[in-house]
Ligand binder design. Structure first.
Ligand code: SF4
Length: 365
């Protein structure tokens, strides 16, 4: 199939794609609304994050911040707490900054124009197109990873500019938002990165890569940096019913807002000595006890191996400091923290609930 033929058949893709979407679209909460604010929140949360991860966060976030005004009025700390564990915290900060900008510049009403949307913090070409088309019915294209893959295969084309043009051609017509959602859904469910389900694909008759039996060759893979493996020693310092968190410095291997004290260590280093040194720099003296957990966690392009040690605070002041915080279980949900800290806390809770757990290590007694 030539490139020109590919363009021609692109126009014939709309009908089968929309019909397929009508039959196979997943029932997702952001598809039950046309509220531009809710769609904006969902689009930001879905960036680089899987649907099943986003679902509980989306519901909770909207319950906590139901509209632009409530989000704009919230402190950064409150917004980060609601985002805790979802990762890529810059998205949460941008969303809050965007809400404040909508309040100041647009009287709290999200504009329907893609160009106006793109002037808001955290909203790029893709997000503007998604909000404008899905919430406002504007014929604006989108090109996220799923759509890029579908179009790249339909046209056997890798150039992003050409793919944006194809997306713009395709979205012209009735139901532009639904068309964009259908493209995203096809990429998520059928035209998957590996082993696309071409025999069941509604647009296979118009697909150049399918005709050449080479869908997986498109889009040509970009060279991704290999994830960096990081070993970290983590201090679990508990006093009564509370555990000590710190505001991590830029160099911390955990990157939330408040996290368990942690330090990156070399393969051959002694983790207990590293913890002592790290806390000494924070003007705390601790006794490092036994290893209480070892777990893996992925953050962006890093794979962390976390070695957690039970520590006892011997000397040092915590009260009145803005870089250290004792938190109880009740305070944890409203204290922004990383997915790594969340994972360690869960591990501690489940291990201390087990029948053989040592009572001396019970979490949050
Ligand atoms: Fe993707 Fe295959 Fe459908 Fe082409 S036919 S769009 S490669 S699933």
């Amino acid at each position: 199939m030539t490139r020109k033929q590919g363009r021609t058949s692109l126009r014939n893709v709309r009908g089968p794609l929309l019909r397929w979407f009508g039959r196979h679209a997943r029932d997702l909460p952001w598809r039950r609304t046309r509220d531009p604010y809710a769609i904006w929140v969902s689009e930001i949360m879905l960036q680089q994050t899987q649907v099943r991860t986003v679902l509980p966060y989306y519901e909770r976030f909207l319950a906590r911040f139901p509209d632009v005004r409530s989000l704009a009025a919230a402190s950064e700390e409150e917004v980060l707490a609601a985002w805790s564990g979802l990762g890529y915290y810059r998205r949460a900060r941008s969303l809050r900054a965007g809400a404040r900008a909508v309040l100041e510049r647009h009287a709290g009403v999200l504009p329907g124009d893609a160009d106006a949307l793109r002037t808001l913090p955290g909203i790029g070409r893709y997000t503007a197109g998604a909000i404008a088309s899905i919430a406002f019915g504007k014929p604006e294209p989108v090109l996220d990873g799923n759509v890029r893959r579908v179009l790249s295969r339909l046209l056997m084309e890798n150039d992003d500019r050409t793919l944006w043009t194809a997306a713009a051609t395709l979205v012209r017509g009735k139901q532009p938002g639904r068309l964009n959602e259908a493209l995203m859904e096809l990429g998520a469910l059928v035209c998957t990165p590996a082993a696309p389900r071409c025999p069941g694909c509604p647009v296979r008759g118009h697909c150049a890569a399918n005709a050449r039996a080479c869908p997986e060759a498109y889009p040509s893979s970009r060279i991704m940096p290999r994830p960096r493996t990081v070993r970290a020693a983590v201090a679990w310092i508990q006093r009564g019913g509370r555990v000590l968190l710190e505001r991590p410095s830029n160099g911390s291997p955990l990157r939330g807002h408040w996290d368990l004290p942690a330090t990156e260590i070399r393969e051959t280093a002694d983790p207990t000595a590293a913890i002592r040194d790290k806390l000494r720099r924070a003007r705390l003296e601790v006794t490092v006890g036994s290893s209480i957990a070892s777990l893996r966690h992925g953050i962006m392009n890093r794979r962390l191996t976390l070695e957690v040690f039970d520590c006892r605070l011997r000397k040092g002041r915590v009260a009145g400091r803005d870089d250290l915080l004792w938190v109880s279980p009740g305070e944890l949900p409203t204290t922004p923290h990383s997915g790594a800290t969340k994972k360690i806390v869960r591990r501690r809770e489940s291990s201390t609930r087990s029948p053989g757990a040592r009572s001396g290590l019970r979490l949050f007694r």
